[in-house]
Design a protein around this ligand. Structure first.
Ligand code: ZN
Length: 395
């Protein structure tokens, strides 16, 4: 069934539209008005003039001048709606987390498991597999963050789970048959050859929680590392005579960097400097969200420790940052207000660029014909008004 979204300001590759509203390549991203977006079969059909004959007799949705963006894609979601994936690695928990974030603009996400034992990792992968098999809205795969992390950079990860990665674990980590698997590891906790093996098995390897040197990191990149997990947080500093993992991440022009833009995890000046080092399309906003997102409860339990959320900051009893209370719409607003980005670029960092990181840029992250109809509508203050996943509206 076809529907028509009318009276919106739409982020699209406007320059690339033909007279019939079909895309003819990718032009400059821009916000356009006076066009109607046709959805059909869960996909974007075309951007057309309001008088186009395909608009007549179809269900119309008045966007009332709101800003229509590609739905947000978050590659690091530990929890939401009072639910922690680590606590409850089941399809029901994934559904609850996804629903909480969908109200906040996220239409695609990776449930993220922080360091656990192998049995729990296996259960988490099985839960994501079942969710994908059931066609659960928004689930794009899994992010396994640890346990192959540097003890000195563990953050809130439980040190009893941390270990080196050898080749015997590759088959477990590559078990997800559909969707994407992101694995965060510290390069110094394995070998470049195993990173190459993970990559060959289809895993998207992201470096993080690491004290890797510049040389170790560049070797890991050469063997397949595709990204960096929450750049700057839980990794060695850039030093005058040792650029380290941060220096390698910023020097390399092809890898993606996840950034937490909540005003607390990284000083906005540091993030602005990072943005000058590297192509903007290699940055992606992540939330690293905890159960507090989309929940009224100001505390939660993480692997036996009580985490308190005070002034929007999640900390354990030692004051260590424990993920965030950030949602993706807030991250987009922060990217505008704290980093000085325009809304177009901020939105792309929350949709198009993570889609490219995941290898899904051909069907997600843009408002273009043939793409999945995953959308978010914002008002003038960039607050979420409505979302669509595969053409189905919520809110
Ligand atoms: Zn982390």
């Amino acid at each position: 069934m076809r529907s028509a979204l009318v009276n919106g300001r739409i982020l699209t590759d406007g320059a690339a539209l033909s007279a019939t509203g079909m895309a003819v390549g990718q032009g400059a991203a821009n916000i356009i008005s006076g066009r109607t977006l046709l959805l059909s079969g869960g996909r974007i059909e075309a951007l057309v003039d309001p008088g186009d004959p395909r608009c007549s007799g179809v269900a119309r949705v008045d966007l009332e001048g709101g800003l229509l963006l590609p739905g947000f894609i978050d590659v690091q979601v530990n929890g939401g709606g009072g639910v922690l994936f680590n606590d409850d690695p089941t399809p029901e928990a994934i559904h609850a987390v996804g629903a909480a974030h969908r109200c906040l603009g996220t239409t695609g996400f990776l449930p993220t498991l922080i360091s656990e034992d192998f049995a729990t990792i296996g259960r988490a992968i099985a839960a994501v597999q079942a969710s994908l098999d059931a066609g659960m809205p928004g689930v794009l795969g899994i992010h396994i963050e640890g346990p192959f992390l540097n003890w000195a950079r563990r953050g809130v990860h439980d040190s009893k789970h941390l270990r080196v990665l050898d080749s015997s674990q590759v088959s477990l980590l590559a078990r997800l048959r559909r969707g994407r698997t992101v694995l965060t590891l510290a390069p110094e906790m394995t070998t470049p050859e195993i990173i190459a093996g993970l990559t060959a098995a289809g895993i998207l390897v992201s470096a993080g929680h690491s004290d890797a040197s510049f040389a170790q990191t560049t070797a890991a990149i050469a063997h397949g590392v595709r990204g960096f997990t929450h750049l700057f947080n839980a990794m060695a500093r850039l030093e005058p005579r040792e650029p380290g993992i941060v220096g390698a991440a910023l020097d390399d022009q092809n890898t993606w960097c996840g950034i937490i833009v909540d005003g607390h995890h990284v000083d906005p000046v540091v993030l602005k400097l990072a943005l000058r080092c590297k192509r903007h399309d290699r940055f992606m906003l992540v939330t690293d969200a905890m159960p507090a997102v989309g929940s009224a409860d100001p505390s939660f339990v993480l692997q036996g420790r009580t985490i308190q959320v005070v002034d929007g900051i999640c900390r354990d009893e030692n004051g260590t940052l424990a993920g965030t209370a950030l949602d993706m719409a807030a991250a987009v607003r922060n990217a505008v207000s704290l980093l000085g980005l325009d809304i177009v670029e901020a939105a792309r960092m929350a949709s198009e660029y993570p889609a490219e990181f995941l290898g899904l840029g051909h069907e997600l992250g843009r408002i273009a014909p043939g793409y999945r109809a995953n959308l978010v509508l914002l008002d003038d203050e960039f607050q979420v008004q409505r979302t669509w996943v595969e053409g189905a509206a919520s809110l």
